[in-house]
Design a binder for this molecule. Sequence first.
Ligand code: AHR
Length: 327
Amino acid sequence: MTARTPVSSCLTALCLGLATTALPMAAAAADLTVGFSQIGSESGWRAAETTVSKVEAEKRGITLKIADAQQKQENQIKAIRAFVAQGVDAIFLAPVVSTGWETVLAEAKEAEIPVVLLDRDIDPSGKDLYLTAVTSDSVHEGKVAGEWLVKTVAGKPCNVVELQGTVGASVATNRKKGFEDGIAGHANVTIVRSQTGEFTRAKGKEVMESFIKAEGGGKSICAVYAHNDDMMVGAIQAMKEAGLKPGSEVLTVSIDAVPDIFKAMAAGEANATVELTPNMAGPAFDAIVAFKEKGTVPPKWIQTESKLYTAADDPMKVYESKKDLGY
Ligand code: AHR
């Protein structure tokens, strides 16, 4: 870990009135220790993000300490406090929910430890408490999904059931809003049921079973929108067990682009997914290294891409290219 000393030049974050306080002496990437408060392992995407973070740290010779919060904000707060006590050089935080971070992030700021948010946001009131956020535009992801559905049903009536992510997570709120934006003005497409499936396969299946029951066996369901692919994989299973045909009778659109959704697409049981890269840590490490070495203040938001994939994209080829990446 590196010693931190204030620099006097006015090209620093401090002079610019930004999130962090003092800047460090130049530090080689290999000297850096980063603490990562990870949410848990609720989805294939999350598992891949953890794997990729380790790989990206190793590439740069950075020591990465990962704390698994098992979906609990209180565990994330404890982990951040432990990282502060250890004097790590930077903290990565994938915030399980968007509120309740002010106190602990103020403690990290007080200790002059820059914080980088990975894959989810916190409320705008906390903006001064972190250096940068590496995330996708999750409103856009939902919008892409909604627009795909509008285009695909081409004016036909379509009752949609929605599987939401973790309640209170920025990505769940945003993906819901984005989808609603995407279908706005198309009265033929209506969300008839919406409930959290907590981003897990098991819960996605369970909630889909209850949707099918509530919709008289599911025949009135035209499409399923899931905030992640894992919930969709669970929902596909539920539909098959109920005698429905996902991918043909019931359209599916979800987010993440994990290998299993491409397998389902190749089997004709899924229709579309919006990709979320699991490589959030790479750009985050680069930002931290530049900040530590040269005092370069990164943009407040480092945005990752969101690409739509459908059955037209040779799903088996995409599956092959992704299957060994830690999902
Ligand atoms: O924050 C990103 C989301 O968290 C992913 O889309 C989901 O799979 C994960 O659990």
